[in-house]
Design a protein around this ligand. Structure first.
Ligand SMILES: [Zn+2]
Length: 191
């Protein structure tokens, strides 16, 4: 790892993953080479990463080196870097877990299974959506309404799992008040 990618890996902040390279491209995917160490603000930053340690099963968390299938490179949108759209690129593997007998995509430090945004971007979008309409959050982040809504939902589900369920005396519901309130709010803001 070069000094440059080491610094980026430290800022990127996921233990157990190396940054192999950083590339820049226009929104249409055209590669851009920095001139004099400078790229314009509308350029997308792509952080290419690789796993340092043995892969884990996303389903049960078991460490498993058994590769069931190698998948092509995928991208996850991250929080903007200095105002630039940032994406993580990684080619994951499908692991054959001997503990839970599944063959799912390996556990990733930055995103939940089936998600195309990092957890921290989803959290950021959910917090924004708690104080403004989803359509405004979408416009602010250059995303469509459905993407923001799904990201918000994923962040709230993750947040809910960290809480001890409290049984509501009247309805018997164990949903958290924030999730319930946000769910009703987003539903009403959609109409
Ligand atoms: Zn497993």
């Amino acid at each position: 790892m070069s000094q440059r990618t080491k610094i980026v890996a430290e800022i990127w902040g996921y233990r157990g993953w190396n940054v192999t390279s950083i590339t820049y491209e226009r929104s249409d995917g055209t590669p851009i080479t920095p001139v004099g160490g400078f790229v314009s603000a509308d350029v997308r930053v792509v952080i290419h990463v690789e796993r340092r340690w043995t892969s884990r099963c996303a389903h049960c968390g078991a460490i498993t080196g058994k590769v069931h299938e190698r998948l092509g490179a995928r991208r996850w949108r991250d929080l903007p870097w200095a105002g630039r759209v940032a994406e993580i690129e990684y080619a994951p593997v499908r692991v054959a877990c001997t503990r839970c007998r599944t063959t799912g995509v390996e556990r990733l430090a930055w995103a939940d299974p089936y998600q195309r945004q990092t957890q921290r971007l989803q959290q950021h979008l959910a917090l924004q959506a708690a104080s403004m309409p989803v359509t405004h959050v979408a416009a602010l982040n250059g995303l469509d309404w459905g993407t923001v809504h799904r990201a918000e939902h994923a962040a709230l589900e993750r947040w809910d799992k960290t809480r001890t369920p409290r049984r509501c005396a009247t309805s018997g519901s164990t949903r958290s008040t924030w999730a319930a309130a946000t769910s009703s709010r987003t539903t009403s803001s959609r109409s």
